[in-house]
Design a protein around this ligand. Structure first.
Ligand code: BGC
Length: 411
């Protein structure tokens, strides 16, 4: 069964992505940042002669503390264009060509920092120090109990979500854009002080976004703590291949290279079990439309999540630092297609069950329930409290290092 499934996933990769060629299209110019009295000059960075790729830097906005947030536009030689900001390393806009070569912004986000500072469900953000939930905000290392302030309570049960109320998604990171020929990117760095959001140890972190001419967005995470501490970094970009604020993602076809998942309780905390997906609405080992089974009556797991909001355990996870395929996503209407490859052992599939029309997107249109989905590569939620999950504890001086790629194309 394992082998057949492995072959299926691989087959899909070769058939679907291998055949997808990046259309030769010009992506539309990203929307202008709102007018501010402090308009900064647009800077083209290290433009490479004869390259279609470029990186430009400009003022994005001020945050509520009056700090300046900068935007970096990564224009890929293959047609993908992304606007990212140094506030939380957020991907504000992501232009993906469709099967006819027409580009559309396919990620959820806001045009200003105020949106991110108020109702933001982590749109496009780097997540740290700990992706997903830690039960009750508590864990013990070497007999010492650490108490993290809780910032989330599904089912009325408090927990620490995504590194706490002032997690790494709210930090202004140092950012250095770069261009090497047709490859462009930004290196984000920050220092998280000892005790940040209740976590032990100072952590030096570096997250590198690279956009390749093959339309691959590579994310490399590095972090070095000076005390024993849990680290679990991810990216919370939301996709909608119909375009942002253009309906739901229920007709997207998803494949997850995962034959098991970690069931949760009413607080969306893993119970500690690792159960097979076969015969359940969680079986995405072959492609299924997300809407097909999301509202299956009587499924306790779907009831707890109000839909999919679960960690899936990869069947053939990365070995020796090689990337392994975790997922594929396809929208037949636009032809947009994506694969997710990672060194992580798990992936959180969240189908936007907490999105509401109170969140107004970049086109001024409200977002819908299930108007976007996230595929967050990660270690499993609540690992510091789950002895049978792969550990997320990093030793002092040890280099935490993971890589994830979102590979975009069409078919
Ligand atoms: C979690 C959801 C949460 C969302 C935040 C996801 O990673 O699994 O439960 O609501 O992030 O918007």
């Amino acid at each position: 069964m394992k082998n057949i499934y492995g072959a299926l996933c691989c087959g899909l990769a070769l058939l679907a992505f291998g055949c997808a060629t990046a259309p030769e299209s010009e992506a539309p110019a990203p929307a202008e940042a709102p007018e501010t009295p402090e308009v900064q000059e647009v800077q083209e960075v290290q433009a490479a002669p004869n390259s279609k790729a470029s990186v430009t830097t400009k003022f994005f906005a001020k945050n509520k503390l009056g700090q300046t947030v900068m935007q970096y536009t990564l224009k890929g030689a293959g047609g993908v264009v992304m606007d990212v900001i140094n506030y939380g390393g957020k991907v504000v806009r992501l232009y993906l060509p469709d099967k006819n070569g027409e580009s559309k912004d396919c990620t959820l986000g806001f045009n200003d920092v105020a949106g991110y500072e108020t109702v933001d469900p982590y749109f496009g953000s780097i997540i740290g120090r700990y992706g997903n939930r830690i039960a009750n905000g508590l864990f013990v290392i070497d007999g010492v109990t650490y108490r993290l302030p809780t910032n989330n309570e599904p089912g009325g049960i408090p927990c620490c979500l995504h590194g706490g109320a002032a997690g790494w998604d709210t930090k202004i990171w140092d950012a250095v854009p770069f261009q090497n020929g047709d490859t462009v990117g930004v290196v984000f760095t920050t220092t998280s002080p000892d005790g940040d959001q209740g976590f032990p140890g100072k952590v030096e972190a570096k997250v590198t976004y690279t956009l390749t001419p093959e339309n691959v967005w590579r994310i490399e995470y590095e972090a070095v703590p000076d005390k024993k501490t849990p680290i679990n970094l991810t990216q919370h970009v939301y996709f909608n291949f119909n375009g942002e604020a253009e309906g739901t993602i229920l007709d997207h076809e998803l494949t997850l290279c995962a034959d098991k998942m970690t069931p949760v309780d009413a607080g969306l905390i893993p119970t500690g079990e690792i159960t097979p997906v076969a015969g359940t609405p969680f079986d995405f080992t072959t492609p299924h439309k997300i809407g097909e089974r999301v509202d299956t009556k009587g499924d306790k797991q779907l009831e707890y999540g109000n839909g999919y909001d679960h960690n899936f355990v990869l069947t053939n996870p990365s070995q020796n630092g090689e990337l392994a395929q975790a997922a594929a996503l396809y929208d037949a209407k636009s032809g947009r297609y994506m694969e997710v490859w990672t060194t992580e052992p798990g992936i959180q599939f969240y189908c936007g069950n907490f999105l509401t029309d109170k969140m107004v997107g970049k086109q001024g249109k409200p977002y819908q329930f299930r108007g976007g989905l996230a595929l967050e590569t990660q270690h499993y939620p609540d690992s510091p409290n789950q002895p049978n999950f792969p550990t997320t504890i990093v030793q002092p001086g040890q280099v935490y290092k993971t890589t994830t790629e979102y590979r975009f194309g069409t078919k």
